[in-house]
Write a protein that binds this ligand. Sequence first.
Ligand SMILES: Nc1ncnc2c1ncn2[C@@H]1O[C@H](COP(=O)(O)OP(=O)(O)O)[C@@H](O)[C@H]1O
Ligand SMILES: [Mg+2]
Length: 323
Amino acid sequence: MESNLRDLVQYYLPTFPLRRVRRLVDDTTDFTSITYGDVIHLGGRHYMVLRDEAERRFGIEDFKFWVKRCKCLETGESAILKLVFHEEFTQQIGSMSIRSFRSQNKEARILNLVRGDMRFMQGTAERDEAGNLVRILDVIRGKRFDTVIDNLPGDHRHYYENDLYRMMELLIAGCEAIDFLHRHYEQHGDVRRDHLWMETGTGKVRWIDFDYAYETRANPFALDLFGLGNSLLFTVGKQIYTPQTFAHMESGRNVRDTDFSPVIKNRLVNLRRLFPYIPRELNNVLMHFSQGAEIHYDSVEELLGDLRPCLELLPKQTERRAS
Ligand SMILES: Nc1ncnc2c1ncn2[C@@H]1O[C@H](COP(=O)(O)OP(=O)(O)O)[C@@H](O)[C@H]1O
Ligand SMILES: [Mg+2]
């Protein structure tokens, strides 16, 4: 078998160093032991494991040992294999504690639902020999949406005048995608600005990572909405503002307690306090996610109903760029 495997790798991937070829893996249960040089056998195909995927959060690289970057030997395509990871945890959102778990079935179901809809990552699911439902994902070539925004030049005013319109168009498309899921009685489950990616080739945004599920008592749509609110806040502000980040700003003196998020207490929601040129209508959308909010959005559709008209109030890209 070992020599067969080497032959197979040599045939399909002649540039791969043969001495680094390890095992043929039919059972992915023990995902931590699967590493560079292993070949995962799945759905009649072979996937050379190259590395673990990682998420960069708070400046540190968080390795995901169950998410493997691979190359399919038969097709030559890159693929991400998401292996079954049974994890249960409690999320604390304000005063709510929500029992959450990973569900490979939910992710596979959503992959089926969104097939061909490029607002979402694409992929299929196959069972390995031990019955684990592995998600085989097409790799999105692009950057996290928050990184794209973070990399835009200039201060907030410059961003507002040149780029916010375009970024809002993208975020609205992202909200519409989540609305689509909700209309099909599905939840994304982990709406965060780093799970929205901007594809380099098309300039469009796409959602990744659908495996979080909740105990039925939790309102999953509310959680997705909360995630969209946070993403919107980042998009409008170009960053997240806390008392530390606006301490040096003259306009920061006007900030009140009710201007913050009720959930993440030091997160400023009322951005118009700092940037009075933000249209009142857009700021009002943000204020639905603030401590002082009297009404909340019940659905993404409702959020979109308020958000779409705001687009026309924003400056379109100035002529300067074009010239
Ligand atoms: N379809 C994809 N295209 C490109 N990168 C992806 C894709 N799916 C996952 N990744 C990368 O792998 C990381 C971990 O995958 P993710 O699905 O978020 O796992 P987890 O559920 O453990 O957070 C992502 O943050 C991203 O960097
Ligand atoms: Mg993730």
